[in-house]
Design a protein around this ligand. Structure first.
Ligand code: GDD
Ligand code: MG
Length: 360
């Protein structure tokens, strides 16, 4: 089977970290998000993936290349963003007239793709979508299911949360029939055009997934996805990392090669320290993801934050929850950043910031 992987979104809700890298290259335990998707596709017997790209296409193409995990990779490049529906329609020239898998690139899950394919084959569906139950469906597409797993109606981003709690998990098996339900040209969202109509006509089925599922849309989701994988995988400290015997390591932690943790530092729980990161004496890092080659000064304290590549955090700096320090940004010694401060790439902050804002 072939697959289309949607990777052309702007990652707006992850700004300013997404100003310098596409969402699919955000690291999860040090590996780009797209690798998790491709690895799962390979394990499920998919032999060719078309990645639908637009925003930062060149970075994605250079990083992913033509082959991964034994899968041939092709790119469907959009001159204008075509939306999820338009992107799938445009990628069709590589798929031909067969059933195929399509998925949002920004979802982390342990959904069993083989079971989804088998389920689809055992029903007379034009399309089958994977569903997942959430508390609040308003950020997602909601499917209302009949007893026989047929979807009675589909509503994208409902205002009223009482519609239902089974949401579109962003993984589909589509038949060529679906293209009749998409406009022939222009940008469109498959969730707003094809799915509601297919549901109305009784041709859309839902396969309920239980287990791990997260959409990496917002910074807290991105942190959560990392922590969920860390919980599953357990702690890891590379033999090529240098962790002082006098540092305190509270599991679970993930410390990659070339990282240096100096004495009296407190790392974890839930600290993902990527390669080449330097953590100074007495620094504290808890519930954070720190991208490669960041520098955390002596006695700095970070909790619930994301620190970008090559960012420099000065001595005695305090960074509170939901802060984002983007790539190459600098925070001067002794500064405090209150919860929710986001610093753009290459910017320098010299003084404390006591209101949640974006430093541009
Ligand atoms: N090629 C291409 N072109 N890809 C796109 C475009 C585009 O114009 N727009 C979005 N994408 C990609 C994004 O990169 C992402 O991987 C995927 O399509 C979904 O887009 P999001 O922008 O992340 O959508 P969402 O999270 O608001 O909602 C979607 O995902 C939810 C589950 O995570 C919908 O499919 C919802 O129904 C669903 O519940
Ligand atoms: Mg999304």
């Amino acid at each position: 089977m072939k697959a289309v992987l949607l990777a052309g979104g702007f990652g707006t809700r992850l700004r300013p970290l997404s100003c310098t890298r596409p969402k699919l290259l955000f690291p999860l335990l040090g590996r780009p998000l797209v690798d998790f998707q491709l690895e799962r596709l390979a394990q499920s017997g998919v032999d060719e993936v078309v990645i639908a790209v637009h925003h930062m296409a060149e970075i994605l193409m250079a990083e992913i290349g033509d082959e991964r995990y034994g899968i041939r990779i092709r790119y469907s490049i959009e001159q204008e963003p075509l939306g999820t529906g338009g992107a799938i329609r445009w990628a069709r020239r590589y798929i031909g007239d067969e059933e195929f898998l399509a998925m949002n690139g920004d979802v982390v899950s342990d959904l069993d793709l083989r079971s989804l394919i088998d389920f689809h084959k055992s029903h007379d569906a034009a399309a089958t979508i994977a569903l997942y139950e959430v508390e609040d469906p308003r950020r997602f597409g909601v499917a209302v299911l009949e007893d026989d797993n047929r979807i009675r109606c589909f509503v994208e981003k409902p205002r009223d949360p009482s519609v239902g709690r089974a949401v579109n998990a962003g993984v589909y098996i589509l038949t060529p029939d679906v293209f009749r339900y998409l406009p022939e040209q222009g940008a469109c969202a498959i969730e707003r055009t094809a799915f509601p109509k297919l549901a109305e006509e009784g041709k859309l089925y839902g396969f309920v997934h239980k287990g791990l599922w997260l959409d990496v849309g917002l910074p807290p989701d991105y942190l959560r996805a990392n922590f969920a994988l860390l919980d599953r995988q357990g702690s890891f400290i590379s033999e090529e990392a240098r962790v002082s015997e006098r540092a305190t390591v509270n599991p679970p932690v993930y410390i990659r090669r070339g990282a240096v943790i100096e004495e009296d530092a407190h790392i974890g729980p839930y600290a993902i320290i990527d390669q080449g990161v330097w953590v100074g004496r007495g620094a504290r890092i808890e519930e954070c993801v720190v991208f490669p080659f960041a520098h955390i000064g002596h006695h700095a304290s970070l909790r619930g934050a994301i620190v970008g590549e090559h960012a420099r955090i000065g001595r005695w700096v305090k960074v509170e929850t939901n802060c984002i320090i983007s790539d190459f940004a600098k925070i001067g010694d002794n500064a405090t950043l209150i919860s929710g401060v986001r610093v753009c790439p290459y910017k320098e902050v010299r003084e404390s910031i006591f209101e949640p804002r974006i430093v541009t």
